[in-house]
Structure formats: C-alpha cells, structure tokens
Design a binder for this molecule. Structure first.
Ligand code: 6PG
Ligand code: NI
Length: 181
C-alpha cells in the first residue's frame, strides 16, 4: 500500500484511491434464518447490505489492510443487517475495529465457540485477537461506518465461520437492540 492521508469519511477515502466492494442480500441470503422473509424481499429488490472501501492491497505480507465498511441499517425478519463474518486464516492475524458513525456490535467467536461482544460506535476502538472470528451487526437506525485494520498476510476464511455455525445474534442482544429504539 502507498502512503496516503485522508479524512475518516467514505468520500475522502475513495478520493484517496480506495476500491469499493458491494455485498447484496442475494449474495448473503444464507446468513439469515428467516428464509421466507429473504425470498419476499428478493422478489421486489436485492438490497445492498454493506460496502467495503479498501486501499489496493500490497503483495508484501508485512503490509497492512485498512478498510472502511458501511453497513446499512435494516432487518431481515428479526435479524439486523450484518457482515458475512470470517476468521483470518493462518497466520491468525488480529484486527483493530474503530467505530466512526452509527451503532452496532462486534461479535467475536473463537474455534471453541466462546463468544464476546464489543460496541462499535464513534469513539470506540476494539481489538479482535488472532483466532477470533468476527462479524459486525448494525443494531442502530442509521448506517454504521467502521474502520478495520489488519495484516496483509491474512486470508479471509469464511468457511470456518459457516462450519462453526458462527452466531448471528445471541439472544441477549435482542434486549440491546430494543434499548436502541
Ligand atoms: C477485514 C475486516 C473488514 C471486513 C468487512 C466485511 O478482515 O478486512 O474484518 O474489513 O472484511 O467489514 O466483512 P466480511 O469480510 O465478513 O464480509
Ligand atoms: Ni477481518
């Protein structure tokens, strides 16, 4: 990755050279447990759930990945929009998540099935250590923006998250969501 400086906003980040990846409901429909609701929504439209803005990665494995994700507000049945969720493959690289705007939860789960949850909002920084799969859930009513920084030597491992039945929304969180309303 080349040197850059940017305001912490998506517009400025794009001007600084970031690439955009779009994730829609049809690509991620298996994440949501209410299949009928998924099909009902997809009959009318294929909503964008989130967008990832990433500086072009470097071939050097000692480099950093620095992304902004915009996770839109919305629900599929009772489940709020969430990222796909993944582990970082060997070497199990850690990740820093910094909330920029909106409110949500960083859900961490390790291979033993232990779970931790941290808030994602402006002024909060969290660290997901190597070996902890991670997913962000937008529990608020506005778009959730967050910055993620990790090592360029990692490969996104989505399969392990699926195999381990990575949690989408622990029951306790339902109270947290209603507290935001
Ligand atoms: C990363 C970060 C983060 C993440 C996006 C989209 O590893 O780069 O965790 O930028 O990739 O928020 O989440 P998914 O990769 O799970 O779709
Ligand atoms: Ni990650």
């Amino acid at each position: 990755m080349k040197n850059f400086t940017s305001e912490l906003s998506v517009g400025a980040y794009l001007k600084a050279g970031a690439n955009k990846t779009v994730r829609t409901l049809s690509q991620l429909k298996d994440l949501y447990s209410n299949r009928e609701e998924v099909n009902r929504i997809l009959e009318n439209e294929d909503p964008v759930l989130y967008e990832v803005f990433e500086m072009p990665p470097s071939p050097k494995e000692t480099d950093l990945l620095v992304n902004i994700t915009v996770l839109h507000a919305g629900v599929v049945g009772e489940e709020p929009f969430m990222t796909k969720g993944h582990f970082h493959q060997d070497p199990d690289t850690g990740e820093v998540v910094i909330g920029l705007k909106g409110s949500g939860i960083l859900l961490l789960q390790n291979r033993k099935g232990e779970i931790q949850e941290f808030p994602v909002e402006e002024g909060k920084v969290s660290y997901a250590a190597g070996g902890w799969g991670h997913r962000v859930i937008n529990t608020g009513k506005e778009d959730l923006h967050f910055l993620a920084i990790s090592g360029a030597n990692m490969i996104h491992d989505y399969e392990t998250a699926v195999k381990l039945n990575f949690k989408s929304l622990p029951v306790e969180n339902k109270e947290r969501i209603s507290a935001n309303e």
